[in-house]
Design a protein around this ligand. Structure first.
Ligand SMILES: [Zn+2]
Length: 120
C-alpha cells in the first residue's frame, strides 16, 4: 500500500510544486506586476516597496518552478512570465477570495521608479 501512496504523490507532485511556488503574497504580487509584460527588478522594488535581495529570492522560486525567466540588459535585469496559464490559476484564486484579480496598482504606484520603462 505504501507503493500506491507514493504513486499518488508522484502524480500530483507537479501540481503541488506549482502551488508551493504560488504560496506567498509577494510572489502573487510579482505575477500581478508582470501581467502586462516584462519588468525590471527595480520596477518591482518601486511597486512593492521591498528590498531587491528579498524580491530576488522570490523571483528565484518562481523561476525554479518554470513560471518566469530573466533577461539582462546592461545594468537592468528584466523578468517575464513564461507560462501565462498561471493567470488562470491566480484569477481563480481571486474569484475564490472575492478579491480583485489586479490589486497591485491599487496598493502602490511606481511614481518614483528609476527603471527604463518608467523613464522614457
Ligand atoms: Zn518602473
Amino acid at each position: 500500500m505504501i507503493a500506491a501512496k507514493d504513486q499518488t504523490a508522484d502524480v500530483y507532485q507537479p501540481q503541488a510544486d506549482i502551488c508551493r511556488a504560488l504560496n506567498h503574497p509577494v510572489r502573487l504580487a510579482i505575477l500581478d506586476i508582470l501581467r502586462d509584460g516584462e519588468q525590471c527588478v527595480c520596477h518591482m522594488e518601486a511597486m512593492l516597496g521591498l528590498r531587491q535581495a528579498y524580491i530576488s529570492q522570490h523571483l528565484m522560486v518562481l523561476r525554479d518552478a518554470g513560471l518566469v525567466e530573466d533577461r539582462r540588459d546592461g545594468w537592468n535585469v528584466f523578468y517575464r512570465v513564461t507560462r501565462r496559464e498561471v493567470y488562470k490559476v491566480t484569477d481563480a484564486m481571486s474569484t475564490l477570495t472575492g478579491q480583485p484579480a489586479r490589486q497591485i496598482a491599487h496598493v502602490r504606484s511606481a511614481a518614483d521608479c528609476p527603471c527604463p520603462k518608467c523613464n522614457i
